[in-house]
Ligand binder design. Structure first.
Ligand SMILES: NC(=O)c1ccc[n+]([C@@H]2O[C@H](COP(=O)([O-])OP(=O)(O)OC[C@H]3O[C@@H](n4cnc5c(N)ncnc54)[C@H](OP(=O)(O)O)[C@@H]3O)[C@@H](O)[C@H]2O)c1
Length: 265
């Protein structure tokens, strides 16, 4: 989802982009990584591949660690300046004010543990890294909350959405623009939070999607307890982004507008 939008934006901005996926470079295999990176010799790597099924990671723990930890280590060992996309789920959610990069991660689910292990592997193996933590990501080219809500609204009379987890929705286009900015401005290597400004709950997010799409449907708040999932989620994973992205609602409006134009054309 991120990779597709990012490669389009970078190409529009005169970067030569080499796209890759598991078919020509399986990041868990060091021989694949050596061969592909060795041959292509990129100036930067954006490592956007991951095991991203948060609930699935609870039962497929080994696969999730192999991709998110070992895969990150293999990429880092190439010693090419790199971006690693991490997550708000490295935090435990016990804070009541936005998480800064000075806060100590303490993931509460396996996915968060694997992504944190990836961060650690990168720090250990490649000093020229940007670790960008993002959250509640949606984009035009993948399965995500916005599309799921619009799809559910077309099939049901009412939506029931969790209202006791708070975070920062982020468009893949905003994250891509931030990566472009880092490249253009050659920002100092390190860890950054790149997510929409402001925050909401999944319920608040769903309400705004329906409002901006002009879909007349009842959206009811429910608790996490009413929707048990295999992976525990942090109650509060709002991150301080230091002004790197616009307000999440503005980004959502832009996304939905483009979505309507794309569907019409
Ligand atoms: N989505 C979110 O809400 C969210 C939130 C915070 C952070 N992030 C992070 O943001 C990044 C991008 O997320 P996304 O939602 O764009 O992910 P995505 O759509 O799930 O894309 C991940 C890609 O990684 C590929 N992949 C999996 N295993 C691989 C391997 N061994 N070798 C090479 N490629 C492999 C997948 O290929 P297949 O499809 O063939 O498996 C898929 O194309 C990830 O690092 C994710 O952890 C996402």
């Amino acid at each position: 989802m991120l990779g597709r939008d990012l490669s389009g934006l970078l190409a529009e901005n005169d970067f030569q982009v080499i796209e890759t996926d598991i078919h020509n470079m399986d990041i868990t295999k060091i021989t694949d990584v050596n061969a592909f990176i060795g041959e292509q010799k990129p100036d930067y790597i954006v490592h956007a591949a991951a095991y991203t099924d948060v609930d699935g990671a609870e039962t497929r723990r080994d696969a999730a660690f192999l991709i998110n930890e070992k895969g990150a280590e293999n990429i880092a060992k190439m010693n090419v300046p790199m971006f690693y996309i991490s997550t708000d789920y490295v935090f435990d959610g016990t804070k009541t004010s936005p998480y800064t990069t000075a806060d100590v991660p303490n993931p509460v689910n396996t996915y968060g543990k694997t992504k944190l292990a990836g961060e650690i592997a990168i720090k250990k193996n490649n000093s020229r890294h940007y670790i960008l933590r993002t959250s509640w990501l949606y984009g035009h080219k993948g399965k995500n909350f916005v599309e799921t809500m619009i799809n559910l609204a077309s099939k049901h009379n009412e939506l029931r959405v969790v209202d006791d987890q708070q975070g920062c929705p982020t468009g893949t286009i905003e994250l891509s623009r931030a990566i472009l900015l880092f490249l253009k401005e050659q920002k100092p290597f390190g860890t950054y939070h790149v997510c929409g400004s402001g925050s909401t709950t999944w319920f608040g997010f769903a309400k705004k999607i329906m409002e901006y799409m002009d879909i007349d449907i009842a959206v009811k708040p429910v608790t996490t307890g009413e929707f048990p999932r295999p992976a525990r989620r942090p109650v509060y994973s709002v991150m301080d982004n230091n002004g790197l992205c616009p307000d999440w609602e503005l980004s959502l409006v832009e996304y939905l507008r483009l979505r309507i134009y794309t569907k019409m054309s």
